[in-house]
Design a protein around this ligand. Structure first.
Ligand SMILES: Cc1cc2nc3c(=O)[nH]c(=O)nc-3n(C[C@H](O)[C@H](O)[C@H](O)COP(=O)(O)O)c2cc1C
Length: 296
């Protein structure tokens, strides 16, 4: 499912506080008979209702998603979603570090605290959706594993506003992804696949069955689809599935599990050196072959 956002909940809670507390404060008598606003739980209910409807109508597992940055409150939201039937939870750690006062280590610790508090509160598996912006994605994923997460989703697509130079406006349009966003994910999956036991999901730039095949070869257990389905409709899943099956068949794989991780970095004894080597090779190759100079 789409995410339940912390800010959305806080906004709604504050509206209820303002509404009820304003009346309680009006006279002393009402204070004794009216409940405090803390007793009302309005916030998660529309989301919960949608989750319950989905559970009734579909046979596939339903994953609920929470998006926030603080531990407070998350455990109760997580429990509510679990009791409404969510088969698993995805925590989306979408956060842009914007303060020079807080170090990267402190940001990571705060995020790990959120994950641990949710994992401790529910029995269903919890996966974590990450951004690419950690000094070491494999090390952070190891900490997530220690915190009890069962899977990671790489990577969130960031809000990347453009600038309209004629009006000096910020252009906030959300553009669909393209397959060009996939290699960043493939690279991370190939690094993570041999170093973690967590289930790996790929999100961002999967637009065809062949893109899915690349993600699986790099180590993904599953791929997630957003842009391609918004553009082509949910029935397009069948097209991607057929493309993937056909490719697996052509290459002689009996299942996606057989192809999983075939191109990850498990056979690289020193992935760091391998990465550096590939980078220098790529630059050298450009000099020798590619050349981008355009005809005038
Ligand atoms: C219109 C739209 C709404 C989205 N809403 C959410 C959301 O609520 N929670 C979330 O974790 N990701 C959300 N995403 C991100 C997608 O889940 C996905 O990670 C991202 O679009 C990259 O995948 P894609 O290349 O298949 O689009 C949204 C994306 C789009 C385009």
């Amino acid at each position: 499912m789409h995410s339940l956002f912390e800010e959305q909940l806080i906004h709604e809670q504050m509206a209820v506080h303002r509404f009820i507390d304003a009346r309680i404060d009006m006279d002393a008598e009402t204070q004794s008979i009216r409940p405090g606003s803390g007793m009302f739980s309005v916030d998660t209910e529309p989301y919960v209702a949608e989750l319950e409807r989905l559970k009734q109508r579909v046979d596939v597992p339903v994953l609920a998603s929470l998006n926030g940055t603080s531990s407070s409150g998350w455990t109760s939201y997580a429990k509510r979603l679990e009791s409404a039937g969510a088969d698993a939870l995805e925590l989306n750690l979408y956060e842009v570090a914007a303060s020079p006062e807080e170090t990267g280590a402190a940001v990571e610790q705060r995020q790990l605290d959120v994950v641990r508090s949710v994992v401790d509160a529910v029995k269903v598996p919890v996966s974590v959706k990450l951004t690419p912006f950690y000094a070491s994605v494999p090390a952070f994923v190891r900490s997530l594993e220690q915190a009890g997460a069962r899977g990671v989703v790489v990577f969130n697509r960031f809000y990347q506003p453009d600038i309209a130079l004629d009006t000096l406006d910020v252009d906030r349009r959300l553009l669909p992804s393209t397959s060009a966003e996939l290699p960043l994910r493939l690279h991370a999956l190939a690094l993570l696949s041999p170093t973690t036991k967590l289930a790996l999901a790929c999100t961002g730039g999967v637009h065809s069955g062949l893109d899915a095949a690349k993600a699986i070869l790099s180590g993904a257990h599953v791929v997630q689809l957003a842009s391609v389905l918004l553009e082509r409709g949910p029935q397009h899943v069948a097209v991607l599935r057929d493309e993937l099956m056909h490719w697996l068949d052509t290459k002689g794989y009996k299942s996606s599990a057989e192809a999983r991780g075939v191109l990850d970095l498990h056979s690289a004894p020193d992935p760091h050196a391998w990465e550096r080597l590939n980078y220098t090779r790529m630059l050298a190759g450009w000099r020798a072959r590619d050349g981008w100079r355009k005809e005038p």
